[in-house]
Write a protein that binds this ligand. Structure first.
Ligand code: ATP
Ligand code: MG
Length: 308
């Protein structure tokens, strides 16, 4: 393939009126009419510092994991960070179809599965995308084989691959985002084992309380047995619409994850269109609420180098 220039992801200059207010506590007594979506940043929240590895996880399908991984990647790349997105989902119409990897003309095409099978390093399985500052480790249907072939040390395979890379000196990426599958299987556990932080997208209206408890248990188990540093950094309430249910949901997740930021990402048709255009929403519709809300989410979770 001939090298094509990479598209720079834009900085957003939306008027302050479009921005969500950031608060340290919610006022539950606000009358419904006057109530606006707000970003909750509790006093115990600690913003991340690069280099940082994030797992975007929720075993519920269609929660907004892939959208969140792509948009946060785009926002951090626009802020000047070197970003890698790892597709940890075997579904065909997922991240690797949205952020199309730019494979070289010749040579093998590696994927995340090759890393689990010790066939290549993480660096060898990383490819540029069309967007400046964003690289991708693709996956395909064969990733599901990791679940039943269970290669040696699979739970720690991703953590070990990242550690090996870091041993070489400066880590090649400031941010690594792992887009999880809608399951709590081996690959998801490996993603949690390799991460500093979990980001949990929950689609407003698609909440599954039973599923939330399983996710909570899985995160706790990984913390206890494999990765003590793991913490839940943020809950993203995706496709957010003003409703009493959205308010109740926000209150519930802030009880479950008291140290996490709780961030609404408003419903936007642009978010649904962008994957078809094979562009992050940030490039496809930079003025949309989804692009703006993810930009704010990115600044809260991992502030830019120059941000106050
Ligand atoms: N803010 C939003 N507004 C409107 N639609 C959205 C928003 N965020 C995500 N969506 C849409 O919701 C659907 C599911 O999102 P996404 O694919 O990101 O979820 P997922 O958790 O990765 O799903 P899966 O579990 O299948 O991997 C997609 O069609 C996406 O475009
Ligand atoms: Mg997905």
């Amino acid at each position: 393939m001939t090298e094509s220039p990479r598209t720079a992801l834009p900085s957003l200059h939306s008027p302050p009126g479009d921005r969500l207010e950031i608060v340290t506590a919610w006022n539950a007594d606000t009358p419904y009419q006057a109530w606006r979506p707000q970003i909750l940043v509790p006093p115990t929240f600690r913003p991340g510092l690069a280099p940082r590895v994030f797992a975007v996880v929720n075993q519920k399908g269609g929660a907004g994991k892939t959208t969140s991984a792509v948009e946060l990647a785009a926002a951090w790349a626009a802020a000047g960070y070197r970003v890698r997105v790892i597709d940890a989902d075997h579904q065909e119409a997922a991240l690797s179809v949205w952020l199309v990897p730019q494979y070289p003309d010749e040579g093998p095409r590696h994927s995340l599965r090759s890393v689990f099978m010790d066939e290549c390093t993480l660096a060898e399985a990383t490819y540029p995308t069309r967007f400046a500052g964003v690289d991708v480790v693709p996956s395909g249907l064969d990733l599901v084989r990791v679940e039943y072939e269970r290669p040696i040390g699979a739970e720690r395979a991703l953590a070990a691959a990242l550690e090996e890379e870091a041993e070489g000196g400066t880590p090649p990426y400031d941010v690594t985002l792992i887009d999880g599958a809608p399951s709590l299987g081996l690959v998801t556990v490996a993603a949690l084992a390799a991460s500093d932080e979990v980001l949990v997208p929950i689609k407003v209206g698609g909440l599954d309380m039973h599923g939330m408890r399983s996710l909570h248990r899985t995160i706790r188990s990984v913390q206890r047995k494999v990765n003590a540093k793991l913490r839940v950094g943020a809950v993203l309430l995706t496709a957010w619409d003003k409703s009493d249910f959205a308010r109740q949901l926000a209150a519930k997740v802030s009880e479950d994850y008291p140290d996490a930021a709780v961030i609404p990402i408003r419903r936007s048709v642009r978010a649904a269109e962008a994957p078809i255009a094979e562009e992050p929403v940030r490039a496809y519709a930079p003025k949309s609420t989804a692009a703006g809300d993810y930009d704010q989410a990115a600044r809260v979770i991992l502030p830019g180098r120059t941000a106050a």
